[in-house]
Structures are given as structure tokens and as C-alpha cells.
Design a protein around this ligand. Structure first.
Ligand code: AQP
Length: 331
């Protein structure tokens, strides 16, 4: 029996960014080949920021179209929308009752995001989101969770909660492992190379959106912040911007970073940035085209997601029954 994989992505933007792809979705595509893979568009998590219902629907469908265009195939994986599987909320509550207030308060994503928007604009759901995420994973008895480095702490929490439940109430959940690549797991903002590339980052000038027109992304890459030197060399401390661009080039072109360093020796940053822009644009042009085509047939997308949700509910309802039984809830 092949090992099970589960991961999710939020429909919080019209387009995924390069960090989402290199940190997570690229691995999703690779893992579906020889794993029992479940991938979900986590729309309930997206409610932790204020949402416009029209946009929510549009972005959920756009997320599905992008995931398919990036290489997920329904005959190899189960692709579904989280809110179509109510067991996520059911197990989410149980995880909230298992997690300590102190341990939840230590989640750095919550601390960062709530600090940015202030207590009055931070919703309780943002605080409890890691417990719902734990439920997302444990419902499917996943062995691996392919995510970017920024999610490591949440997967640790999930492991702790699974272990705690199993100890108290009997073996119920598979304790999952984070599946984080060494390279590409942390793509930085092009304008602020000390911060991760993120949908919620300031101006967006440092974020490469996969669905943006090529001219926009070429401009963003050519204006990426670098250092005052001239040497194209991987050095995350002294040359964070150049190192980030080297990672991006290498991950998309399949060229070793050391080969790129050699090839650009004595050439300066202009030439290098030009080539990175070319690599990015060439890589994503057919994907963008395919995603736009898929979006034209909304009913086909909805059908595919409904089929995915049905398969997901079959697994999730088994886990919920077992969990309720072990908790002594009368069924
Ligand atoms: N910069 C990144 N580098 C590598 N991986 C990343 N991921 C996100 N940013 C980077 C990974 O993408 C997957 C989907 O995560 P998500 O839907 O939760 O997206 P996110 O983390 O909300 O993305 P953002 O852009 O960072 O959004 P905000 O600004 O709202 O926090 C995850 O596996 C994540 O690790």
C-alpha cells in the first residue's frame, strides 16, 4: 500500500506565487506519482482574512485550474475543496480541545500576522487555524505533508496533537512527517530578500504571481533588490537577493547553482537577472495559458471538485467515526 500524502493551499489570491509553487505544489506534483495523494483548496482557512464572496468563489476555481495546469491529475490524486468535507470542522473542534492555549500562542505565523494587523483586526479563527490545519492532515491519516519551511512549526504541532490524542484515547491517528525540500522551501521576496515571498506582503512588487502577464514578471525580476557587489555567487547571508534568484533559476531550469555561478562569472547582475526572467517566463507561459483555458469550463471544474470531495469524505468520515468512538461520544 503506498504512503498517503496530504497538503493544502489557500485560495486567498487570484494567483499562486513562486514560493507556493517551489515550496509546495512542485512537490505535490512529484509525489502524486507514487503516493496516495490528497490535496485540498483550504477555503475555510481563507476566511481568516476578510473576504468578498464573489472573489472567494472565483479564487477557489482559479486555484483548482492552476493546480491542474501545474500538473495535478485527478486520476493520480484526490483534489477537493475543504468546505465540501464537513469532517474538517468536526475534527477541528476536537483538536482545539486538545491544544493548550500556551502552545497555540507560540505559533510564529499567528504572532507575526496578528502583530501586523493589530488585535482588533485579528480574528479568533487566525488563532485556531493551526488546529484546523492539524485536523485537515489527521483526517486522512497522512504519512507526509509537503509544505514550505514556513509551515514547519504547524506540522510539529500536528504531530504533538496526534501523539497526545493517541496516548490518551488509544491509537487513532497516523503521526505525519513534514516533507520539506532543502532547496526551494523558502523563496524570498524580491524587494525584501530577508522576508518570505508572501501574498500578504506590502506592495507585491517582490512577489512573482504565476498568472501575471510575462511583462509584469520580467519587470519585477529585473528590479529585484541585490547587493552592491558584482559577483553572482550563492551566499544567503551576504547576498540574499542573488542567492534567492539563483535558487529560483536552478529550481526551474534544473541547472546546478554551482554551474550558474561559473557561467555568470565576471558577467554582472544585469545579464543574470535577464536570464532568470527568461527562465521564469518560459516556464510559466504554457501553465498560465492552460489554467485560463480550464477556467473557461466552470462546470467541468466543479464536477471534478465534487468527485474529489466525495472520495475525501469517504476517508474523512471513517476517521471521524473512529475518533468519536475513542472519545466515548455516543453515536
Ligand atoms: N515564500 C515561500 N517559499 C516557499 N514556500 C512557501 N509557501 C508559501 N510561501 C512560501 C508554501 O505554500 C504553501 C501554500 O501555503 P498557503 O496557501 O498557506 O499560502 P500562504 O502561506 O498563505 O502563502 P503566503 O503567500 O505566505 O500567504 P500569507 O501572506 O497569507 O501568509 C504552503 O505549503 C507554504 O509553506
Amino acid at each position: 500500500m503506498s504512503k498517503r500524502v496530504l497538503s493544502g493551499i489557500q485560495p486567498t489570491s487570484d494567483s499562486f506565487h513562486l514560493g507556493n509553487y517551489l515550496g509546495a505544489v512542485k512537490q505535490w506534483v512529484a509525489l502524486q506519482a507514487d503516493h496516495d495523494a490528497f490535496y485540498c483548496i483550504v477555503d475555510l482557512h481563507a476566511l481568516t482574512v476578510e473576504t468578498d464572496p464573489k472573489l472567494m468563489r472565483q479564487r477557489t476555481l482559479a486555484s483548482a485550474a492552476q493546480l491542474l495546469a501545474l500538473g495535478l491529475t485527478p486520476d493520480k490524486c484526490t483534489l477537493f475543496v475543504q468546505s465540501q468535507v464537513p469532517q474538517h470542522n468536526q475534527l477541528g473542534w476536537i483538536m482545539e480541545c486538545l491544544a493548550g492555549f500556551g502552545e497555540a500562542s507560540r505559533m510564529t505565523q499567528f504572532k507575526d500576522k496578528s502583530q501586523k494587523s493589530g488585535a482588533d483586526r485579528t480574528v479568533v479563527g487566525l488563532f485556531t487555524y493551526p488546529m484546523l490545519q492539524a485536523a485537515d492532515i489527521l483526517l486522512y491519516q497522512a504519512h507526509y505533508v509537503p509544505v514550505g519551511e514556513d509551515q514547519r512549526q504547524h506540522i510539529e504541532l500536528t504531530r504533538d496533537l496526534a501523539g497526545r490524542f493517541n496516548n490518551r484515547y488509544g491509537q487513532t491517528f497516523q503521526v505525519p512527517d513534514a516533507y520539506i525540500m532543502k532547496e526551494g522551501a523558502k523563496i524570498q521576496d524580491l524587494q525584501e530578500p530577508s522576508a518570505k515571498m508572501s501574498k500578504s506582503s506590502g506592495s507585491g512588487a517582490g512577489v512573482i504571481e504565476l498568472m501575471d502577464a510575462p511583462e509584469i514578471n520580467i519587470k519585477k525580476i529585473k528590479s529585484a533588490v541585490t547587493d552592491t557587489g558584482r559577483e553572482v555567487k550563492f551566499d544567503e547571508k551576504e547576498k540574499a537577493g542573488i542567492s534567492n534568484l539563483l535558487t529560483i533559476h536552478s529550481q526551474l531550469s534544473g541547472t546546478l547553482i554551482s554551474d550558474l555561478e561559473q557561467r555568470f562569472e565576471g558577467k554582472g547582475y544585469g545579464d543574470f537577472k535577464g536570464e532568470v526572467a527568461e527562465v521564469v517566463v518560459d516556464y510559466f507561459a504554457p501553465i498560465r495559458k492552460r489554467a485560463l483555458e480550464l477556467l473557461e469550463d466552470e462546470s467541468a471544474l466543479l464536477k471534478l471538485l465534487a468527485e474529489g470531495a466525495e472520495k475525501a469524505r469517504a476517508v474523512a468520515s471513517e476517521t471521524i467515526s473512529q475518533t468519536y468512538k475513542n472519545l466515548g461520544l455516543v453515536q
